[in-house]
Design a protein around this ligand. Sequence first.
Ligand SMILES: NC(=O)c1ccc[n+]([C@@H]2O[C@H](COP(=O)([O-])OP(=O)(O)OC[C@H]3O[C@@H](n4cnc5c(N)ncnc54)[C@H](O)[C@@H]3O)[C@@H](O)[C@H]2O)c1
Length: 282
Amino acid sequence: MKTVLITGAASGLGRALALRFAREGADICIADINAEGSQETLNLVRQAGGQGWVHELDVRSEIQWLQLQDAVQQRWGRIDVVINNAGVATGDRIDAGEWAWWEWVIDINIKGVALGCRTFTPMMKKAETGHFINVASLAGLMKAPSMASYNATKAAVVAISETMHFELMPYGIGVTALCPGFFRTNLDHSMKTSDPDMLKFVDKVFEASALNADDIAEAAYQAMLKNQMICNPHSVGRRAYFVKKYLPFLYRRGVLKMAYGLKKREQQRQSAAQVQQQESAS
Ligand SMILES: NC(=O)c1ccc[n+]([C@@H]2O[C@H](COP(=O)([O-])OP(=O)(O)OC[C@H]3O[C@@H](n4cnc5c(N)ncnc54)[C@H](O)[C@@H]3O)[C@@H](O)[C@H]2O)c1
């Protein structure tokens, strides 16, 4: 039986991945900071005929990762798949929002993934087998304006994964960076932004997604079987990345259009705020 550890499995994509691997008869460690959501995922896994266990984990804590390593060693004595999925979102212009939000998103999205990889690589090396799926985003490949901190963390996850893909291949270990575009989860609930339009935008692109969390989990599973380095599951994401690489003038035009649209909206908001200020002063 495959042993699979999934961070951030209390919700969204992590839960869908848990259910996908449960269908393969895997034993699943649901590792999340949200104990209640983790228990719900475990119940769903069991209802689907699978099995698993919950381990409370804050991916930012090296000590907690070492404790999880001990728990995995005692329970399984090995690990087949580690999915570094836990993540949060930020969305702001470079000169807006709080610096603390940069630190928060970097700690969870980059350091959390790096710690997960560092913790479980020795166990996989010893067994000369295993696979890491690191959940990045299309934002790691395409850099939309007004999302510098989130884009930076996801580009870092792609960089970590590409590095590990080759570094660990001689040890029989596979590594995949999963790069989906937006799809409906609870990611918007944790999103930190000072831009009132950002959540509306996220809601709109969530709705527009042709894929749901189950589809993304299926794509990740198939990519793992092929040891694909980058999995870009949305067809619109694949097209956009193709345009960026091979038709840079079109890419530039599209992103600039977006940037000017954002500038216009910012100016409209500023003048509306000024009018409001004047009205309340008079
Ligand atoms: N939903 C999208 O549109 C989308 C697109 C591309 C990439 N992603 C990525 O998919 C991954 C999963 O996100 P989701 O969309 O399912 O969102 P979600 O909010 O539904 O799930 C995220 C999970 O991560 C957990 N988590 C947050 N901080 C944690 C921490 N410090 N330690 C442990 N667990 C923590 C949360 O409790 C939650 O269960 C993230 O890395 C996200 O960046 C999502």
